[in-house]
Design a protein around this ligand. Sequence first.
Ligand code: FE2
Length: 291
Amino acid sequence: MSMQTRTEQRAARYVSRLIRGMPTTDGAGVELTRVIGQPALPMLDPFLLLDAFRSDRPGDYIAGFPPHPHRGFETVTYLLAGRMRHRDNAGHEGVIEPGGIQWMTAGRGIVHSEMPEQQQGLLEGFQLWVNLPAAHKMDRPAYQEHAAGAIPEEQRDAGVRVRVIAGQTARGTRGPVLQPLTEPLYIDVELPAEAAFDELLPPAHNGFLYVISGTLLAEDADGGQLRLGRDDLGVLSHGDAVTVRAAEAGARFLLVAGRPLNEPVARGGPFVMNNQAEIRQAYADYASGRF
Ligand code: FE2
């Protein structure tokens, strides 16, 4: 531990930037909201993309995401409603159900499809892309899949409920997903009306709040109050503690944080590497069936 770390003062994290989700279309015509990975927030190291999908109109999601490749990072799918069938070219197949998580390490490469396992009804969830460091981009693909029942729920005072998918809360609840390369925290928090929530994060980790429903009140850099609504993302400043409060109607939100990689990022569609030569190699490997 350096002297600087040892003498660092505890600092409250505030919302340094408020990002509004942007409607877009991806896959074979899926309507979604892109929150990270859009012009206002191209990335938040190590997070490369955050998409939210929420629709009860089959036309918005039925086309799904037919077979496509990935290399160099992880895709994290968290479903709140509906069912998604996942299938890859190595024979790995399964259905993600409400409350379940699929943390897929694409590593050197997979080709997979992600298709709604329903003809109608609500489909709601999120996909987050988490980068891998250069030394691990070509690792063997791996899955961490957990159904709702395997995700611990922390009950706090005033009816506050915290589902812990990855990482560990300050109160010691540990999620089932392990990723020492970026040490992610990924929690889903439900606050009753006007309830407060606080959590500690490693000071240098990048983090954000993303509002699923309701209204969340958070401080800005000047101590003013920001109101974050559905599909709003608040980028957190560096510091230790994050403190927020729900407005009158309560709030549900994701709190996600991770250790930045601080490496060059080269993106090419479904591939995220460190330079353009590696992106060209990924396209060549895919075209010649080496995934
Ligand atoms: Fe995918």
